[in-house]
Design a protein around this ligand. Sequence first.
Ligand code: FPP
Length: 279
Amino acid sequence: MTGSLRTGTRIGELSAEERAVYATLRPEHLPQHVAIIMDGNGRWAGSHSFKRFLGHQQGAKSVQQVTETASRIDLPWLTLYAFSIENKLRRPRAEVSFLMRLLKAYLESNLQRMMDNNVRIRYIGRTHELPPDVQEKMSWAADATAKNTGTTLTLALNYGGRAEIVDSFRALAAEMQQKQIPFDQVSEADIHRHLYTAHMPDPDLLIRTSGEMRLSNFLPWQTAYTEIFVTERLWPDFRGIHLLEAIADFQGRERRYGGLGKNSGAVDEETECAPVVVS
Ligand code: FPP
């Protein structure tokens, strides 16, 4: 999606390297919403002969760096896949417990920086299934940043895309029953209205680090027309400059939404009565 010129940019706060990449961008065509699958923490740790938890710890630093760059370019929506339902079910208990403690520590130690950068923190996912002390810290950070007006950083926690669609259907079914709406009147807009992301635009750009070519159950409904950018870089090595490079690549794409584009070939009126040959 393209949109209005950002008014709250703080380009002067970008690093010299970031500014050089930003200078190549068309500010009026910045994405409104960037979503990121942060992958490769474990491999990063392995490549440095570290234990896996150090990869996650380093990954948390990337979260803050990328969020601050997003806020400096006044990106309205940044959504990060921080912890999936599958992570909770399939990772060793010790790793899940470390990730929960890391999240709490991250929120606590970065709150002031979020305030300084005018970042609003929100969450999507079945967050009510997370440990109570984690939920408490999450609410604390969300409440403290609720009035900020810059980038909304949404952390997907205990998130699964199919679970989100199930939750949306359940909420919609309850509404239909209550309002006596016939099922054949259900529209895409009705389903969308009950998604966790109903309040935000769909992502324009989805970045995945560490080279895997998968969506991994992240925002399957919302990414129907999203441009996908996969980088070999592992998440703990990902920085703001790499976000800007991904946006530069995005700006070179032609988004057609099922329609025709610049190089789609000529169409003329004769098409309507042209003979159809299937051989
Ligand atoms: C994938 O790495 C990443 C995760 C499972 C979790 C993402 C968590 C962070 C970036 C750290 C903390 C986040 C916040 C918001 C404080 P992986 O373990 O799957 O890596 P691998 O595929 O190389 O093993």
